[in-house]
Design a binder for this molecule. Structure first.
Ligand SMILES: Cc1ncc(COP(=O)(O)O)c(C=O)c1O
Length: 359
C-alpha cells in the first residue's frame, strides 16, 4: 500500500525543543502523524502521513464508551552515525497484533506497519534528540471508530502513530526507585486482558498508583489476582530479582505484559554469563530473601527506563531495603550493555537493532 504524504508548509512547522534534558515524557509532539483507516469493505486503507492535529470524533464513537483500543510504546534512538536506531521493532508490531486479537480488532500487515513507522520517523528525523539517554518515543495506537452505542466489536477502526521526543529517564544518575507491593487492588487476572496493551489495564491501575504515591513510593508492584501472593510486574515495567546470583523474573502467566525489554534482559544476562530463571516468585520468598541477603538486587525492565534499579519494596506497612538502596552491579552492567546496543555504540550480536536513514 502506498503512503500518501501530505506536505506541511514550512511556516506551520513547530519550533524544536531547546534542551533534551527538560523534555520529560510525553509532553512534546512532532509535526506529523501517521493515520490509516479500516472498514470491513476496504480493509486497511488511506495510509497517510500528515500534520499532527486533533482528531475529530463523534461523542458516540465506540472507543469512548467501551474502551476498545490498543497501543504500543517503542523508541528510536540517535546513532553516532546520524541514523535512527529502532530496538526490536518487529516485536512491537507482533505484540500489537497480539493485543488486536485479544480485543477483537483487525490485525495490521506487519510489514505495512513497520514501513509506516520507519517512514514517519525518517521524515520527522530532526525531532530525535541527540543526547544519550533521550529518544524519540513512538506511540502506535488503534481505536474503535464506529459511531453508535452498544457493547460489540466495532466495524470501523482508526490506526494512528504519534511521536514524542523524550528526555532521559534518569536525570540525576542511575537512582533506585521505591515500589509498594499491593495486596488491595489487582491489575489483571489470568483469562483477562493483562497481556494486551490496552488502555483499560492502565485505567485499572491508577487508584493503586495514587495510593502508592501518597505513601512516598514511585510505583506499584503488582501481585497475582487469585492469591495476592506471586509477584507479577510494575506499572509499566516487568520486574527482575537477583536471587542467589540467578537473574529471576516472574514467568508469563497471561496476566503479565510480555515485555520486549524483559525478553532482551533474559537473553543479554545469559549472554553475559549470568544464570537466568523464569518462575513464580512469591512475595514472602522475596521478603525473606531480602532479609537474609539472598535477594541481592531488584530492577524493573521496560522501554521507558530500559533498566530501573529498585532500592526498596514496601509490603504490609513495612519497607525492605535491597542492596542498601544502591543500584547493584548486575543491574548496572545490564543497563550499560543494553544502552550501548540501543544507541548503536556497541556491536549488536543479537540483531535487535534496525537502523534507518533520516529524510
Ligand atoms: C504493564 C507493562 N509491563 C511491562 C512493560 C514493559 O514492556 P516493554 O519492555 O516492551 O516496554 C510495559 C511497557 O510497555 C508495560 O506497560
Amino acid at each position: 500500500m502506498d503512503i500518501d504524504i501530505i506536505p506541511i508548509p514550512d511556516a506551520e512547522l513547530k519550533p524544536l525543543f531547546d534542551n533534551p534534558e527538560e523534555l520529560g515524557f510525553g509532553r512534546v509532539f512532532t509535526d506529523r502523524m501517521f493515520t490509516m483507516e479500516y472498514t470491513p469493505a476496504r480493509g486497511w486503507h488511506a495510509a497517510t502521513i500528515r500534520k499532527y492535529e486533533p482528531l475529530c470524533l463523534d461523542p458516540a464513537t465506540l472507543v469512548f464508551h467501551y474502551g476498545q483500543e490498543i497501543f504500543e510504546g517503542m523508541k528510536a534512538f540517535a546513532s553516532p552515525g546520524g541514523q535512527a536506531v529502532f530496538f526490536r521493532p518487529e516485536d512491537n508490531v507482533r505484540r500489537f497484533n497480539h493485543s488486536a486479537r485479544r480485543m477483537c480488532m483487525p490485525e495490521l500487515d506487519e510489514q505495512l506497519m513497520l514501513d509506516g513507522l520507519f517512514r514517519l520517523v525518517s521524515i520527522e528525523g530532526r525531532w530525535i534528540p541527540q543526547k544519550r539517554g533521550s529518544a524519540l518515543y513512538i506511540r502506535p495506537t488503534m481505536i474503535a471508530a464506529e459511531v453508535g452505542l452498544g457493547v460489540r466489536p466495532a466495524t470501523n477502526y482508526l490506526y494512528f502513530v504519534i511521536l514524542s521526543p523524550v528526555g532521559p529517564y534518569f536525570k540525576e544518575g542511575f537512582r533506585p526507585v521505591r515500589l509498594c507491593a499491593c495486596d488491595k487492588y489487582v491489575r489483571a487476572v489470568e483469562g483477562g486482558v493483562g497481556e494486551a496493551k490496552t488502555g483499560g489495564n492502565y485505567a485499572a491501575s491508577l487508584l493503586a498508583k495514587q495510593d502508592a504515591k501518597e505513601k512516598g513510593y514511585n510505583e506499584v508492584l503488582w501481585l497475582d489476582a487469585r492469591e495476592r501472593r506471586y509477584v507479577e510486574e510494575v506499572g509499566a515495567m516487568n520486574i527482575f530479582f537477583v536471587i542467589d546470583g540467578v537473574v529471576c523474573t516472574p514467568e508469563l502467566s497471561g496476566a503479565i505484559l510480555q515485555g520486549i525489554t524483559r525478553k532482551s534482559v533474559l537473553q543479554l544476562a545469559e549472554h553475559l554469563g549470568y544464570p537466568v530463571a523464569e518462575r513464580r516468585i512469591a512475595i514472602d520468598e522475596l521478603v525473606a530473601g531480602i532479609m537474609s541477603g539472598r535477594v541481592s538486587e531488584a530492577f524493573g525492565a521496560g522501554t521507558a527506563a530500559s533498566i530501573a534499579p529498585v532500592g526498596e519494596i514496601g509490603y504490609k506497612e513495612k519497607d525492605y531495603t535491597i542492596n542498601m538502596t544502591e543500584a547493584g552491579p548486575i543491574s548496572r552492567r545490564l543497563y550499560e550493555a543494553l544502552q550501548a546496543i540501543q544507541f548503536g555504540e556497541a556491536p549488536d550480536p543479537f540483531g535487535w537493532t534496525h537502523k534507518i536513514d533520516l529524510h
